[in-house]
Design a protein around this ligand. Structure first.
Ligand code: PLP
Length: 459
């Protein structure tokens, strides 16, 4: 089989995440990427693509950063691995934890490292359960998430994820998961003012808590700005009001900062920017800019006091991964955070983000296929709908695959975007180092691709 191409070997031996397995044998060859630099990927044919998604919202400081590569190499040469069980430790994870607590919103106390956003959110749920068991209220275990929220794919977190496509075929969500309304203005908030929409969302939460009983609910998890669910920022006043309800019912708040953390919104933490005041924070992706799989649960003092105060009632804390506190991941994260600081990337995200938002609105706000252009700083989305009536939007027939066709059209024009699950929405989340000209080229490619699909639909 040595004369097979990479694409042929891939088709023969790999089955891909989030891919129609029914089409596996018939689908065309994958694009085989061989190199990355800055915001640009190159395939094996030598064709360049602007990666307007930073991989999966993660390669924030850009591809090919020798500073991080060198940190990984140096760490691998010096100490390639050290477990963190019992009394073992090494310098990089300790320094990283200190740095995270220094950076994080007030009240954070301790850091627990994992490997991915999914396992970190899974750990957060276990911490909530442990917390309530330690407090002697074992029935307070349900976790509230939001429709359209994305929190991972483990058995617990796939259920928390409020996208039916991630439940299908897996008998999920687990019974202790509940969902409440997404703060999605175009659909759930159509025709409402910010104040009215916030009031409706808060009333939905209150009603859910009343129905279930507050004494059965342990926590609520929310992304500051939803990513995969459609790049959805809440209306004015939302977090202050939601937080009040949660506090009143003694329900912990987990901020899932897997996408928003480390600068995507132009601030280090989305929860700080939007004043969420969470009890626990999950980070991954941008923590290392995806140079190494690393995640962290950042736990607030209130939770830590209970966990540590559980004393010996459960024996030793029975949770951890072989790769918790991996020195290579921590070295990559420290080098990544150094780059964000040294290159003043938060200011860059604000400037280039303002440009990207203006360019997206200029290109799409009045386009006949477009229902809404949204986002802030360097995260954005364009939602395509058939029409917006006075009564609300009307979706395209999913069989038309409008967003997927536009993404394919942009790829043919040298730009990588992402069609989000179960909505005709295209997302943009480029590396922070993207050049202005690359932003303009990306928006133009998507506009041309949308025009082409429009012409086909009007055929
Ligand atoms: N949480 C959010 C907000 C995410 O966007 C993602 C991944 O896209 C996850 C959790 C899961 O992270 P991972 O894919 O690293 O398991």
């Amino acid at each position: 089989s040595s004369d097979l191409s990479t694409a042929e070997i891939d088709r023969k031996f790999v089955f891909h995440p989030f891919t129609m397995l029914a089409d596996h044998e018939r689908s065309g060859p994958p694009v085989v990427i061989t190199q990355g630099k800055g915001a640009v990927l190159t395939d094996e044919r030598g064709i360049d693509y602007v990666d307007a998604m930073a991989g999966l919202w993660c390669v924030n400081v850009g591809y090919g950063r020798s500073e991080i590569a060198d940190a990984l190499r140096d760490q691998a040469n010096q100490l390639s691995y050290c477990h963190a069980f019992s009394s073992m430790s090494s310098d990089k994870p300790a320094l990283l934890a200190q740095r995270l607590i220094d950076m994080a919103p007030a009240g954070m106390s301790k850091v627990f490292f994992g490997n991915s956003g999914s396992d970190a959110n899974d750990t957060q749920v276990k911490l909530v359960w442990y917390y309530n068991n330690a407090l002697g209220r074992p029935q307070k275990k349900k976790i509230i998430a939001r429709q359209r929220g994305y929190h991972g794919v483990t058995i617990m977190t796939a259920g928390l994820t409020g996208l039916p496509g991630l439940h299908a075929g897996f008998d999920l969500p687990l019974p202790m998961v509940r969902h409440t309304t997404a703060p999605r203005r175009l659909w759930e908030g159509h025709g409402l003012t910010d104040a009215e929409f916030t009031a409706k969302l808060v009333a939905d939460l209150e009603e859910l808590i009343a129905r279930e009983g507050a004494d059965t609910i342990g926590a609520m998890i929310m992304e500051p700005v939803m990513g995969a669910g459609g790049v959805i920022a809440p209306p004015e006043g939302y977090y202050a009001a939601m937080r009040d309800v949660l506090r009143r019912h003694d329900i912990l708040l987990i901020a899932d900062e897997v996408i928003c953390g480390f600068g995507r919104l132009g601030a280090m933490f989305g929860s700080e920017l939007l004043d969420m005041q969470p009890d626990m924070i999950t980070v991954a992706k941008g923590l290392t800019s995806a140079y190494f799989p690393l995640s962290a649960c950042i736990v607030g003092q209130k939770v830590w006091d209970v966990l540590s105060g559980a004393g010996s009632q459960f024996g030793a804390f029975g949770h951890g991964y072989t790769y918790s506190s991996h020195p290579l991941g921590a070295a990559a994260a420290l080098a990544n955070l150094d780059l964000i600081d040294k290159e003043n990337m938060l200011a860059r995200v604000a400037d280039e983000g303002a440009h990207m938002q203006a360019a997206l609105r200029a290109a799409f706000a009045d386009h006949p296929l477009v229902g809404e252009v949204r986002g802030q700083a360097l995260i954005g989305a364009v939602e395509f709908v058939k029409e917006v009536r006075d009564t609300g939007p009307v979706a395209f027939d999913p069989a038309l695959k409008v967003a997927a066709r536009i993404v394919k059209g942009a790829l043919d024009r040298g730009v990588i975007g992402r069609a989000l699950p179960s909505a005709d929405t295209v997302a943009f989340s480029p590396p922070f180092v993207i050049q202005r000209e690359e932003i303009d080229r990306s928006v133009a490619a998507f506009r041309d691709a949308a025009d082409q699909v429009l012409a086909e639909l009007r055929g």
